[in-house]
Design a protein. Sequence first.
Lengths: 342, 541, 217
Amino acid sequence: MTALVAAVSLLAGCGSFGPPDPVTIQGRETHWLYYFVMIIAALVFVVVNGLIIFAVVRYKRKPTDTELPPQIHGNNVLEIIWTVIPTIIVVVMFVFSFNTLNSVDAVANTTDIRVRAVAAQFQWSFEYLSADGQKVLFQQLAPEMTIPAGKTVHLSLRSKDVIHAFYVPKFLFKRDVVPGRENVFEFTVDPADAGQTFSGQCAELCGLYHDSMLFTVKALSPADYDAWLAAQIVKANQSPPPAPSAQAGQVELDLTAKDLTFDKAALDAASADKPFTIKFQNNDPGTTHNVAIKDATGQEVFKGEIFNGVDNRIYPIPALKAGTYTYVCSVHAAMTGTLTVH
Amino acid sequence: MATTALTPAGTATKYGLYDWLTTTDHKKIGILYLVNSFVMFFIGGILALVVRVELAQPGLQFIKEATYNQAFTIHASLMIFLFIIPILAGFGNYIVPLQIGAPDMAFPRINAMSFWMLPLAGIMILTGFVTGGAAAAGWTSYAPLSEARYSGVGQDLWIVGVILIGTSSILGSINFLVTIFKMRAPGMTMFRMPIMVWTVLVTSTLVLMATPVLTSGLIMLFIDRNYGGHFFDPASGGNAILWQNVFWFYSHPAVYIMVLPAMGIVSEVLPVFSRKPLFGYKAFVFATAGIGALGFSVWAHHMFTTGAVYLPFFSFMTFLIAIPTGVKMFNWTATLYRGQLIFSTPLLYALGFLTMFLIGGINGAVSAAVPVDFALHDTYWVVAHLHYVLFGGSVFGVFAGVYYWFPKMFGRRLNETLGKIQFVVMFIGFNLTFFPMHVLGLEGMPRRIANYSPEAGWSDLNLLATIGGFTIAASMLPFLWNVFVTMRSGEPAGDDPWEGNTLEWATSSPPPPYNFDRLPEIRSERPVFDARHGLSGGGHG
Amino acid sequence: MTASTSALTTTHAPAEGHVREGGISNVILGMLLFITSEVMFFAGLFAAYFNVRATAPIWPPADFANKLHWLPTAAQPIPVVTIATILLVTSSATCQLGVWGIRNGNRTALVRNIGVTVLLGSIFLLLQAYDYTALYGDGVRLDAGTFGTTYFTLTGFHGAHVLGGVIMLSVVLYRAMAGQFSKEHHDMVEATSIYWHFVDVVWIVLFSTLYIIPNPV
């Protein structure tokens, strides 16, 4: 029965019973440790289950069993054997785990790349710090952390309200973000994974929209990262461009975000093949929102500036073909609606 | 089939409502515990189905996040505080005085009070659903999320409810300890007590020493929420992690409170249906005591990712606790060896316990490796682990106890065919629900999320788990039908339908109010076995 | 079929108060276990206190340092709580005298000593209440930072336990006056006195932690 269930579940498990391939150097150590302990665990499972299944099959009471079986009370030698051997096994597991921990958890604090992830209900933002960690060079309101591959990143974690957790499955790592405490860890993305984006998510129940607290980590080559960061700093120090004024005859739609919801689930733009605007009001104080538009295939056709409430922006939407689109907040994936252009 | 020459002085049980409401008889109180716990089990089970229905597919189809967060919070709270802990206390209540040859518990009126606090607490916690929202911060109620700023009145109802339950537990533990230490029949030395009694003894010690710490934490949270306190508020010098330390200092021993008596039940059932003694009685005693003691030293393994604990110590102690648990597994298996196994429903459930608890213990040991826990904490891997030990372990143990002791409690035997059907459907449903969660956790699906993206690739396994959940629910139908039919017209059981070993089988089914007219001589941990086979002397002194 | 010839017959024993030969009584064992659970309850509160104190820059916070209240007397101010401490310790002594009394069958000694104990316990509570009102008047409140929260929670729950003890002692006093205790049967007196000593010990630890350690004057 157990073997059958295991087989079915293995099939259901789509192949490997393991974590995703790691993209950080630390993640690779954890990956190795996982397989080390899992193989020992699987062996224990097979051996002990084997003994149970054997006993169950072999020692079923038969009609010829009229006398009691031998009334064995115990065996001290066996007790010693099956105490000592498991002790050795767990001590070995502990030693390897301890070594890996020292590697994974090490904070050398010598790197120049310092980022601070700020968690709040229900969004992530990222602050890029100077090499000494004292100044904020640029604040990224979108939930996207861009970092260089092949270099150690020193990430500090700060919460504005409740406990959150910074979790990237492909790092095989998470760390809690605790208010009143700044947790810190370092990671190095494998240079071979430059150009890739990894998804992340809050992993500590933080309230109503905990399930929407997503973020991404984008790894660039060191040169691309330097260029990107420099460009962001320049843009941050520029004065913002003037808000586009509505043109005569242009369609202007109104949309408001309050309590992490759009006030309208559907928008209608009689503006096919013509640009139009969305006047977007963010009424959630201290919470960042935006409006992004995706077409029917999921391709993003517009992404508005992410900004803090309470504030508003007039988004210039480019000309779109007639059809059905989805609008969404880039920070809170649960905030969506349908846009019909005709 | 052994029957004793006992004639009860009067009818063994009376069924008046007034009698049930005012009884101080440990047997009736034990049955009250069982009934209340099963009611909570079914309510908690429905909440689980609400969760599973919503998770079956990506997108929020049926309920919104607010309802979802309340559903999993109250599901866990009911299952832990109002089902598994009390039902094991209920079995203890019914069985321990019988197994030690005592006429009742040491403090029968406090015993009754302990029970009646539970339905009251359940109502308080559930009232949150109609007063603007039940508690929704998880059964772990982490601060600051559980503080007044982020959680409403349902959280206060939850706090008071859990304090009531804790008080009920503590009073019960005092009762069990005094009963076990002071009221054993002559000849029953400590090392002749059934292992069930030993597990209740160790469990009661854990309850006595750990639960008050939770009470102190709950009171601190209540003060923070309602009287302007600052225990857990970082902005005014309080400490969010303090809550976790106080909470887990109780809640880790709590998991042993939730499993040790179930292990006691398994230790009763295996010898009877193998027709040989439990292998390694003394090893069981020391292993149980060892688990109890070590259980106080591992609490921070729930907090590895906080960055605020001394990782090597807690990792080491967590690995260590696998050893006494393993000793028990081997001793149980050795009990089966060279036995003559009778595959009754109780034995099937006990075997289910062995195999499923093994998986739960193994995936827990994997998490003891701290870096691995950094990846798996707060994911569905943990949900898999906890259900394998608490459902695959404790609940299977509970059903073993139900089928084993139902004849003693009600004088009738549950139907074996229906029992076996329930076992098979439950076993399949259970594994279908929770085994895929290992993979979901490894793939990165966090816990406590109402919704997930279709691109995550978690949809198929979630659907499978939901089908499994409904399969478990379906398995309750043959069980309920079995109970209903048996209570009405089941086959009478007699004193000792299973050829048992321990003293509860030395009296009628059900027993008279004062339990025993006469006791057999107690010379070993199997007095009824000895009496049946005309043995005297020998056994364990 | 059972070994009825060699069965040890248990007589139809009443459910309550069934005692093994020798050894501690059920009621006293129950009280000792209950006290164990209460020790763990206070342990949780003390753990919170020490945890919060460890991360505070100064303790007690500057504005509270000199506000732990003093009774003005001619010579020099005496802290109210010192008087309360002396009274409580004395009440433990009188309580024990009462216990020794009834162990010798001396009902008069029991009544007198328990009476004095109830009186001293009640005065302790009154002094505690006075102290609280004075502190609140000075801005040292439950909601005033972590110091206020931990101070009032710890002393408040201790006070609640003192109140519980005073009630139990009053019941003992009533029953003693009604002649319900004797040399052979006075378990409740013993159990209550153990509880009262526990309350006293907790106070000594609390007093030292809250008053002496931060202010070693």
